[in-house]
Ligand binder design. Sequence first.
Ligand code: NAD
Length: 474
Amino acid sequence: MTIPTGQSLYIGGQWTASTATDTIAVVNPATLEIIAHATAGSAQDAASAVSAARKAFDDWSQTPLAERIALLQRVSDGIKGHGDELAGLITAEMGCPIGFSRAAQIGLPLGDIHATLEVAKALDDKTIGRSLVQNDPVGVVAAITPWNFPLHQILAKIAPALVAGCTIVLKPSEVTPLDAALLAEIFHDAGAPAGVFNLIIGGREAGEALVSHPDIDMVSFTGSTRGGRAVAEIAGRGLKKVALELGGKSANIILDDADLEKAIPAALGQSFINSGQVCAALSRLIVPVRKRAEIEAIAIEAAKGWTLGDPADPATRLGPVANQTQQAGIRQAINGALSEGAQLLTGGAEQPTNFTGAYVSPTIFSGVDSRMTIAREETFGPVLSILTYADEAEAIRIANDSAYGLSGGVWSGDLDRAEAVARRMHTGQVILNGAGLDLAAPFGGVKQSGLGRENGRYGLEEYCSPKAITRPQA
Ligand code: NAD
């Protein structure tokens, strides 16, 4: 996929030239080569896209549900048909190992569509009290997304929004515009009516122009807590509905009856997968103090399985991070942890030998204290911190001692015991004994991790505005 030269907007069913001149260079983080250029959409371009989405809204919102579902099914087929190309683009844009790209970066968006279509009947009218309750679509939605699971984060928003009857202006991350451009082609080929799906390639300026536009009814944002706060402030002035999926510093509690040989290697995976660039990464490992030495030894051994490699090689498990800015931030966090007294078990901030790209060695700290910056701030890299507790109550207190509340994990030999601990964690979801992501279940955070939920029925309801129609009593 190359973005048509000079054209960075898919508006009203066609590719259109940007009115701006600023260009975005798309850089392969493994090689640092520029693989594409795009023109950054301007505020004026954002307004054109909103106007197209507004124009399409009346018809699309009245289109029978079956037709809206059928469009998403054709888009799902298109993603499957272009799966290898999409996976290759994502690997080139942000360095995700190709095996994981094919499995997760393509599997998750397909799962997002499937999970949405499974619950589409939740849109049916209901009788509540004496009233008929109709689920109206919220309206024109601005979807603003990050680069770490680029297609998943897009589909987690636009699949439910479109099924609910909303129209969309998508502004993907400027780091990963190529997969989004191919998605626009897929929508085109799937016969999406003009203006139902619109794409603006651009950065913060285009994003802010969308959020502040009076014809945007809802902003669904996934990204950093800093970006989310800016978006919420602008949207608040227009009293727009806002959904925010933000950062995290999630805790993984190892209870004293857990099978350590199983739990600790798996816990490394829960922190290092996608080079740790996962909002729900379990980056704080909270372990019984009596078992600290044993756990450190298992962790050091398991880290040897996370070797760095070329992301285009199907054998690679750990690729580069997304770009050199990310790399610099992660190195700074590692150096900060060292200066605050954390004990380095493996890894470190140096450029890994034999790699010139944006690589960071998988890094594990022990002796981490809840007050240290590495335990409080999101690192968004392959960096795991081990903290210790004396008893279960302290483990829960440490887990909840965070400004964030996105995800969490508990490992135990007894699932009922694990669940009892999970119930006391102040977070949006908790994974027991390494269970995989459940796309039917709500996903989202509390505290600084965000507002609202994505996926399944809860995700669909975010894009609905329930209207009560009440008749006089007979
Ligand atoms: P980011 O906040 O820099 O950018 C995210 C998107 O918002 C991009 O499209 C960007 O152009 C846009 N943007 C940034 N500032 C904006 C503003 N003021 N107004 C409008 N748009 C703006 O985040 P990122 O670096 O792309 O992604 C990494 C972050 O995303 C991490 O903090 C991670 O935890 C978070 N994230 C959260 C989830 C979740 O579901 N909770 C999922 C993935 C990533």
